[in-house]
Design a protein around this ligand. Structure first.
Ligand code: HEM
Length: 436
């Protein structure tokens, strides 16, 4: 009896010791994390920027200087020059999806698509499809471990993340060197060109390490968010065929969709901006399925909110999702209803802080114009040149972490459309049809 109670006490003591160690480990990691966060988010912060300072342990060393050139990377002229390339990447991808006999996993493929867009359009890398796929696989391992605790132990997620980052940076270095040597035949300046030029303008030739870090950060910022929104867009178009048809009508009325094809040269930035219904659809996707749930800020000045005093120096989190769910301006918040943003209702116009899929204030998303443009170009291509069907009996559940996405990735079968809006048969299907 005495031995049994002794065993119980020692087991409890071991458990308590484990819990204390774990709590200490978490507290230290959290402090490390906060230090990184403070150093990048608060411009007045004098702390030296430690490695991985975007707030995530594995990324963000060059974030400060990157922010300064982002405005040029996403200027109106820059977006205009990216548009035809974005369109090509999307068209190519949809063709691939349509020629696959099996249903595709939309979320996985959308991640690949945004990765391809970042590599081919933003960074202008001419790398083979095989190399792109290899980099994409490594990139996924990197992203899976970005949120790991910054404790460098064998077999830890952090260590796996560091390995993946090293492999990625090797691949990026090779692509950057080839790009720097091969400048002929380019008809536009991509984000990497602008980055390099801006460095020179500021009398600072960027080192290879800075270029690699910068490119990785660009891909990181663009990747998961845009893939999440693209998947939600496809899911909502599937759920609401009426919305898809209304989109097609708008495209026809603006002369973009003619005889089932996108008229050549019709997609320009100003034409896309004139598509009001398309704008409402994208806004509604980002309201109901906002990819990022919130953000952090450091309190620079003590303030009061709803009777609570928030002291200077505290880290606070704002929730985009809760804001969208509770903002009184939105009627029937759970309903997918693009018309709420239409000219008759303009629900987003009442109040500045009810609708913030891209965050707000000085640290608002810098890529939001590119993200919107990409989503609109995708919706236009989907409405014009594709037919797609849900391949499962019911729609999947949605999970929120790390970004909003369907639990099974969303299984969809894609079919191409010919110029009469008829399904294009694959070669095998066409041959089978001929035999019958
Ligand atoms: C649908 C797609 C996207 C969504 C929903 C989105 C959302 C956001 C949000 C909410 C923030 C603010 C986080 C905070 O408050 O701290 C943010 C920051 C940022 N985003 Fe995006 N984003 C998207 C696409 C992109 C793209 C395509 C790029 C660039 C290629 C980009 C670049 C950035 C950068 C650089 C920041 C940091 C800005 C700063 O800290 O000053 N984003 N994004």
């Amino acid at each position: 009896m005495l031995f049994e109670s002794f065993d119980l006490v020692s087991a409890l003591a071991t458990l308590a010791a484990c819990l204390v160690s774990l709590t200490l480990l978490l507290a230290v990691s959290q402090q490390l994390w906060q230090l990184r966060w403070a150093a990048t988010r608060d411009k007045s912060c004098k702390l030296p920027i430690p490695k991985g300072s975007m707030g995530f342990p594995l990324i963000g060393e060059t974030f400060h200087w990157l922010l300064q050139v982002f405005s040029k990377i996403f200027s109106h002229e820059a977006l205009e020059s990216y548009l035809p390339k974005i369109q090509l990447v999307i068209q190519d991808t949809l063709r691939m999806w349509s020629s696959t006999p099996e249903p595709i996993n939309v979320y996985y493929e959308a991640q690949k698509l945004t990765f391809r867009m970042a590599i081919r359009v933003l960074l202008g890398f001419c790398i083979s499809d095989e190399e792109l796929t290899r980099l994409f696989e490594v990139y996924q391992q990197f992203v899976e471990n970005v949120f790991s605790l910054p404790v460098d132990l064998p077999f830890s997620g952090y260590r796996r993340g560091i390995r993946a980052r090293e492999i990625l940076q090797k691949g990026l270095e090779k692509a950057i060197r080839e790009k720097l040597q091969n400048t002929q035949g380019k008809d536009y300046s991509d984000a990497l060109d602008i980055l390099i030029e801006s460095g020179k303008e500021h009398g600072k030739e960027l080192t290879m390490q800075e270029l690699k870090d910068g490119t990785l950060e660009l891909i990181f910022a663009a990747y998961a968010t845009t893939a999440s929104a693209s998947t939600s867009l496809i899911m909502q178009l599937l759920k609401h065929p009426g919305v898809l048809e209304k989109l097609r009508e708008e495209l026809r009325s603006k002369g973009i969709l003619h005889n089932g094809c996108i008229c050549e040269g019709s997609l320009r930035l100003d034409t896309i901006s004139s598509l009001h219904y398309l704008d409402c659809v994208i806004k509604e996707v980002l309201r109901l399925f906002t990819p990022i749930s919130g953000g952090y800020r450091t309190v620079l000045q003590t303030f009061e909110l709803d009777g609570f005093q928030i002291p200077k120096g505290w880290s606070v989190m704002y929730s985009i999702r809760d804001t969208h769910d509770t903002a009184p301006v939105f009627k029937d918040v759970d309903v997918f209803d693009p018309d709420r943003f239409g000219q008759d209702r303009t629900e987003d116009k009442d109040g500045r802080f009810h609708y913030l899929p891209f965050g707000g204030g000085v640290r608002t998303c810098l890529g939001k114009h590119l993200a919107r443009l990409f989503l609109k170009a995708l919706a236009i291509e989907l409405a014009s040149t594709s037919r797609f069907e849900l391949a499962t009996r019911t729609f999947p559940r949605i999970t929120l972490v790390p970004v909003v996405h369907p639990v099974d990735g969303l299984k969809v079968k894609f079919f191409g459309l010919d110029s009469n809006q008829n399904e294009i048969l694959t070669e095998t299907e066409a041959m089978l049809g001929a035999t019958v």
